[in-house]
Design a protein around this ligand. Structure first.
Ligand code: NDP
Length: 292
């Protein structure tokens, strides 16, 4: 038996199409257009790629994209001043400051400077807190994308046990909150968990957000479980190859034989992240301009 492959690329494309249709409809009725500002500090190559595709996809769904590039040595005060200007700019509905920031900048201070109503990354403590207590909020994009992929398999998580491996503020914790909100019985595992294979084996839903290539083995997976692999790890380059292979936190070739459904890497959670960023921008726009 082989697991159903959860096609993140196709699900993300559907989501982008739905967003584009809504944006076009709003523009036709009101003339208003959502705007997303992305701030990039320095020129980290991976961040450059993300920011480039965010801008392209923003424009492709009919939104305005504002890109702000600052040098790697920009003083923190200057970045905070830019965030303040974006907070005050009515054309800007969403603000995303690309992480990681250079070491001389206090990331928490920058995130807390963003107006929570424009915090489309969902990292502001106000939004993280609202998620925790179950209030409507802007939910971090990768966790939200993971939830939507799970919902493509399960109508309802009632009675299902879920294990989230990883407890970061940007992935593990918000994923666990979303699963809990949708009635799964949730365990959060991390580097201090004893007997991780046994913990994973008990789960109907496994979300791996660890950052360790192929840590979760096929033999850890309960037969028929749904596996969401958030990890993106580049393996060392092999002789003759242009780049190292991209793998997740789950040993896909093993897990696909045991799981009921599984996301591939690439093509699983990755494409959902930007689609959810656009979804959040539309949500922030509706809330700010129409009070929805
Ligand atoms: P972090 O490094 O912030 O967190 C990793 C978590 O994994 C920590 O909670 C850590 O535990 C836990 N962990 C580390 N080693 C082990 C281990 N051996 N056993 C059990 N738990 C362990 O990573 P992120 O959450 O930021 O990212 C996780 C992965 O997701 C990465 O591969 C990243 O590239 C990817 N990612 C993908 C995105 C996408 O768009 N698809 C977006 C964001 C991230 P502890 O807290 O105890 O240290």
């Amino acid at each position: 038996m082989s697991a159903k492959i959860i096609d993140g690329k196709a699900i993300a494309e559907n989501l982008r199409n739905t967003i584009a249709a809504e944006v076009a409809d709003i523009a036709a009725r009101t003339g208003a257009q959502p705007g997303l500002a992305v701030v990039l500090v320095g020129n980290d190559p991976a961040s450059e790629v993300y920011v480039g595709s965010k801008a392209r996809q923003t424009v492709a769904v009919g939104m305005r994209s504002f890109e702000h590039r600052l040098p790697a040595d920009v003083p923190e005060a200057e970045l905070l001043a830019l965030v303040a200007r974006l907070n005050a700019d009515d054309a800007v509905d969403g603000i995303l400051v690309q992480l990681p920031l250079p070491a001389h900048i206090n990331t928490d201070r920058v995130i807390e400077a963003i107006d929570p109503a424009k915090d489309v990354d969902g990292f502001h403590p106000v939004n993280a807190g609202r998620l925790l207590i179950g209030l409507p909020t802007l939910v971090a994009c990768t966790p939200l994308g993971s939830l939507l992929l799970l919902q493509s398999v399960h109508q309802d998580f009632s009675g299902l046990s879920a294990v989230v491996v990883g407890r970061s503020n940007i992935v593990g914790k918000p994923v666990a909150q979303l699963l809990l909100q949708h009635n799964a019985t949730v365990t959060i595992a991390h580097s201090r968990t004893r007997d991780l294979p046994a913990v994973v084996r008990a789960a109907d839903i496994v979300v791996a957000a660890v950052g360790r290539p192929e840590l979760v083995r096929g033999e850890w997976i309960k037969s028929g479980a749904t596996v969401i692999d958030v990890g993106i790890n580049r393996l060392p380059q092999e002789p003759g190859a242009a780049k190292g292979r991209l793998v997740g936190d789950v040993a896909f070739d093993e897990a696909v034989k045991v799981a009921g459904a599984i996301t591939p890497v690439p093509g699983g959670v990755g494409p959902m992240t930007i689609a959810c960023l656009l979804r959040n921008t539309l949500q922030a726009f509706r809330a700010r301009r129409f009070g929805e």
